[in-house]
Design a protein around this ligand. Structure first.
Ligand SMILES: C[S@@+](CC[C@H](N)C(=O)[O-])C[C@H]1O[C@@H](n2cnc3c(N)ncnc32)[C@H](O)[C@@H]1O
Length: 308
């Protein structure tokens, strides 16, 4: 069973200065399910993923995520579970925006190691811990947080639920979220544009050869179950890096809007559910056809769902 090697060792060091209750996980809890049998595309991508953080797309994403997560960080004791934390980019920002602690979980040991390294070099090293885990696992409560569950004030998932290949897996993802949240807690997720008619969206997006955000989406394949599309993402290196660096590509799924809503309810997330359409701040967008097209088909949205 591979649990992240060096990354886990570093996490344990942090755990000792963080919250003693987490030590229970290290000593007693079973290892997360499916890690070895589910190699992730991100094991290969690793820290290269951070190229996306230097694009205009990320300025838009950050603006929208911060706007919607900040109200939850006003309380001085907000504990965050950051699912699909990747290299810890947002785990770090969440702490700088006011979170009191962050537990980051990711399927890929390579990403977990990158996140651990990122935070170890910051002022927030004692407030963060990272570990491997499958957010769609069947017994996620102890496996993910190391606690009994119902513990976090908020769960964040910046591009987490779009890895669910069907409604069933989406329900598993929402179950993980529900079982780790306090009753008053909420999910704040960055996800694809919530539309019901994905055929029209896919045709329109596939017709665009360029993207002014530096991130180009494509919908190469409709899922056989009719629930959505495979979505590929191509990240163009920022201008100054183009000579040395190849574009980065990865893929996920875009399921239709009603399935997200039904999955949340089926998993026990029964409180208010709001989709927040992506805002493109004026200082970022321009008055060109490409930007107009991006405004018509935004590349992301922020979903907020309260547990109760
Ligand atoms: C697009 S990256 C986003 C990373 C980070 N949230 C960010 O915005 O910088 C998606 C991440 O989801 C992780 N991931 C995919 N499926 C997962 C699963 N079932 N459980 C946990 N993490 C998963 C990948 O390993 C990858 O690090």
């Amino acid at each position: 069973m591979k649990t992240g090697g060096e990354a886990d060792r570093i996490s344990i060091l942090h755990l000792q200065t963080f919250q003693p209750s987490f030590l229970r996980f290290v000593d007693d809890a079973p290892p997360p399910n499916n890690i070895k049998t589910m190699p992730s595309q991100y094991d290969t991508i690793g820290s290269q993923y951070d190229m996306i953080k230097r694009t205009t797309f990320n300025r838009i994403e950050q603006h929208n995520f911060r706007k919607h997560v900040s109200p939850f960080l006003q309380n001085s004791n907000t504990r965050v579970l950051d699912l699909a934390c990747g290299t810890g980019f947002y785990s770090h920002l969440l702490l700088s925006w006011g979170a009191s602690s962050v537990v980051g979980v990711d399927l890929s040991p390579v990403m977990v190691e990158a996140a651990t390294n990122r935070l170890s070099e910051t002022l927030y090293a004692d407030q963060a811990v990272f570990r491997c885990g499958n957010g769609f696992g069947r017994d996620p409560v102890k496996n993910l947080s190391g606690q009994e569950g119902e513990d976090f004030d908020i769960v964040t998932g910046v591009w987490f639920l779009n890895y669910a290949k069907d409604k069933e897996e989406m329900i598993e993802g929402f179950r993980t979220i529900a079982s780790n949240l306090k009753p008053s807690g909420a999910l704040i997720a960055v996800c694809p544009n919530p539309v019901e008619d994905l055929d029209t969206l896919a045709a329109s997006v596939n017709a665009c050869p360029h993207s002014p955000s530096g991130v180009l989406y494509k919908y190469p394949k409709k899922l056989e179950n009719g629930e959505g599309y495979v979505m590929t993402v191509k990240v163009l290196p920022p201008l100054l890096e183009r000579r040395e660096v190849e574009p980065l590509q990865f893929s996920g799924f875009h399921l239709r809007r009603s399935l997200w809503e039904e999955a949340a309810r089926a998993a026990g997330m029964t409180g208010r559910l709001e989709w927040n359409v992506c805002e493109i701040p004026e200082e970022i967008g321009e008055d060109t056809e490409e930007w107009k097209s991006l405004r018509r088909n935004p590349q992301l949205a922020v979903l907020i769902v309260y547990k109760k």
